[in-house]
Design a protein around this ligand. Structure first.
Ligand SMILES: [Zn+2]
Ligand SMILES: [Zn+2]
Length: 267
C-alpha cells in the first residue's frame, strides 16, 4: 500500500482535496492561496460546506478568488497548480450522518457552473442526483470523527457496519483515512485508528475504494499537512486515480508524520 512503481511518462502529484474558506469558519481566500502555494501541493480542492454555499449569492466567488491569487503568486514560473471546486455535505444514510466531499470534474469558472441543488443534511438520493448530473468523485470525510475519543464497543461496531452499507450503495469513491485537522488535535489517536479500520472494512466490499489524506484546513497554515499522492501524466488524472483506488496518503508536516508513526508504528 505504501510503495510506488515508476512508470514511463508518469509523474507523482500531491493533492489536498478538503480545504475550507467558509466565512467565519475557514480562512480568507488570500491566506488560503498563500497556504496552498507554500505547501508545495499540485492539486487542491476548496470544499466549503453546502450550507455556506447556499447562503451565498455567488457560491464560486471565494474559490475563484483563491485561484486568482494563486495565479498572481506563481505567475511567470513553470509551476502549475490545479484548482478544483468541491462541496462538503451532510448525507444521512440509514440514520447516520456522514460528511461527504464531492469534487467536481468539470472546471468551475463562474457561480453559474455550481449546481443549484446541494444536499444539506439530506439522504443518499441527493448525492445520487449530484453524481448522475455532475461528473466527479465523492470522498467520505473523517469517518470516525463524531464518535469521540472513547468509543463504546457496540456503537463502534454499528458505525463500522454502517460504513460498509454506505459502500454498497456505490456512492462513495474514497475514504479520508487521514484528516489533518484531526491529526493536529490531542484526541486524534482513536479517531485515526478507527478511520483506518473503517477504510479496511469498506475496501473488502469495494476493492477499488481509494484511501485519501486531506488537511480539512480551516486555517491556511495546516494546508498540505497531509496529502494524497497519485501517479499520472497530468494533475487532472487525480479523478482516474481515485476511481481506480490507486492513491496513497503522505504526511508532509513533520509533527503529523510523527503522530502517524506513534499511532501505527514506523511504516
Ligand atoms: Zn466535516
Ligand atoms: Zn471539512
Amino acid at each position: 500500500m505504501w510503495l510506488y512503481y515508476a512508470t514511463n511518462n508518469m509523474s507523482r502529484f500531491n493533492a489536498d482535496l478538503h480545504i475550507h474558506t467558509d466565512p467565519g469558519h475557514g480562512d480568507t481566500p488570500e491566506n488560503t492561496a498563500e497556504g496552498i502555494v507554500a505547501s508545495g501541493i499540485d492539486v487542491f480542492a476548496i470544499t466549503d460546506h453546502a450550507s455556506a454555499l447556499l447562503k451565498s449569492e455567488n457560491p464560486a466567488e471565494r474559490y475563484l478568488d483563491v485561484r486568482k491569487t494563486i495565479r498572481k503568486l506563481v505567475g511567470g514560473t513553470r509551476r502549475r497548480i490545479l484548482g478544483l471546486f468541491g462541496v462538503e455535505m451532510s448525507i444521512i444514510f440509514e440514520g447516520i450522518s456522514h460528511h461527504v466531499c464531492y469534487i467536481f470534474e468539470r472546471p468551475v469558472n463562474s457561480s453559474a457552473d455550481v449546481p443549484l441543488i446541494l444536499p444539506v443534511g439530506s439522504g443518499p438520493k441527493d448525492l445520487e442526483y449530484l453524481r448522475d448530473n455532475y461528473s466527479g468523485v465523492a470522498l467520505l470525510c473523517h469517518p470516525a470523527l463524531r464518535m469521540g475519543g472513547q468509543v463504546h464497543h457496540r456503537r463502534r461496531h454499528r458505525r463500522v457496519a454502517a460504513i460498509a452499507d454506505f459502500m454498497e450503495s456505490g456512492l462513495v469513491d474514497a475514504v479520508e483515512g487521514f484528516n489533518g485537522a484531526v491529526l493536529s488535535n490531542g484526541s486524534s489517536e482513536e479517531i485515526t485508528r478507527l478511520g483506518i479500520e473503517m477504510f479496511s472494512e469498506a475496501k473488502k466490499i469495494k476493492p477499488n475504494l481509494a484511501l485519501v489524506a486531506c488537511s480539512d484546513a480551516h486555517r491556511a497554515r495546516i494546508i498540505g499537512s497531509v496529502a494524497t499522492r497519485f501517479m499520472g501524466k497530468k494533475p487532472e488524472d487525480i479523478f482516474d486515480a481515485i476511481r481506480r483506488g490507486d492513491t496513497n496518503p503522505i504526511f508532509i508536516r513533520d509533527t503529523v508524520l510523527r503522530k502517524v508513526q506513534e499511532i501505527f508504528g514506523e511504516a
